[in-house]
Design a protein around this ligand. Structure first.
Ligand SMILES: [Zn+2]
Length: 276
């Protein structure tokens, strides 16, 4: 081997150089220390540049993913709080979490189950004064009435008058139409699946009932119209859209920049002055 200082040929096992007397290991460490000190700033600068280039590249890759997600979700429209999602660009619908083509939809109809509840009013007339008692009748009356939208169980008034001495008691029972189930039955290639929109009992006069019926009708109309809409044979994938390609161009440039910056790693030669 060579002496680390005077470069003259010495024996591998020599701790000290026989020519210049330098302790080989100690001098090597000293050189490393000097080298580190001298080049620390350039190394730091280099690392910073690499880090910046890496961050820039990562940010661009994230924006590409975000842009793809934006395009993807923008293609989907929904009805009734996501009860039905459809994609005109790709000719797809999502029914109960599964994705189908427009052409898979063979039919759609509203499913509605109605019933009624009874409210009993008792009127007591005594000595010219009258008291009213109202009680909400429990339970559903009779069998479920399934019918087309808009079918209403007519409210009926059943009157009953009893006399106890001078007290007149009149009992009126009102039948209030209710609904306990609204959905849309979808025929998908001969298999039926139901989008359930309402599964608790509400009065037919309530806003929730009327809104749900309206949404069910919108879904049926939309599904019927989609089933008649040709599935697009060709469409750009979200990652093929121009806005994504533009970002990819930037990614390519950033990747090249990172390579250039990384390749620009400082190399050091031990200054001659330290070898003397
Ligand atoms: Zn030497």
């Amino acid at each position: 081997m060579q002496c680390v200082k005077c470069k003259k040929k010495i024996d591998n096992v020599d701790v000290y150089c026989g020519y210049c007397g330098i302790h080989q290991e100690k001098y090597k460490k000293y050189l490393e220390k000097v080298e580190n000190k001298v080049h620390k700033d350039r190394d730091r600068e280099y690392n910073k540049n690499v880090k910046n280039a890496q961050n820039k590249l990562q940010q661009l890759q994230k924006s590409r993913e975000k842009e793809i997600q934006r395009i993807t979700s923008e293609r989907w429209e929904t009805i009734g709080n996501n009860a039905l999602s459809y994609n005109m660009t790709e000719g797809k619908v999502i029914v109960n979490g599964s994705t189908y083509l427009f052409s898979d939809i063979k039919g759609a109809e509203i499913v509605k189950q109605d019933s009624s509840r009874v409210v009993t009013n008792t009127t007591e007339t005594s000595k010219g004064k009258s008291k009213k008692h109202a009680s909400l009748g429990g339970g559903l009356l009779g069998a479920a009435v399934a019918g087309p939208v808009g079918a209403v169980v007519g409210g009926s008034v059943l009157g009953k008058t009893t006399s106890k001495g001078k007290t007149n008691v009149v009992t009126n029972s009102n039948e209030i139409p209710t609904c306990y189930h609204i959905g849309v039955n979808v025929d998908i290639n001969g298999f039926s699946t139901e989008i359930v929109l309402l599964s608790n009992t509400v009065d037919q006069s309530s806003n929730i009932h009327n809104n749900t019926v309206r949404i069910a009708q919108l879904i049926v109309d939309k599904l019927r119209s989609l089933s008649q809409t040709p599935v697009p044979k060709k469409f750009l994938k979200p990652e093929e859209e121009q806005s994504v390609l533009d970002i990819e161009k930037e990614i390519e440039e950033a990747a090249n920049e990172l390579k250039v910056v990384s390749d620009n790693k400082p190399t050091y030669e031990i200054p001659e002055s330290y070898l003397k």
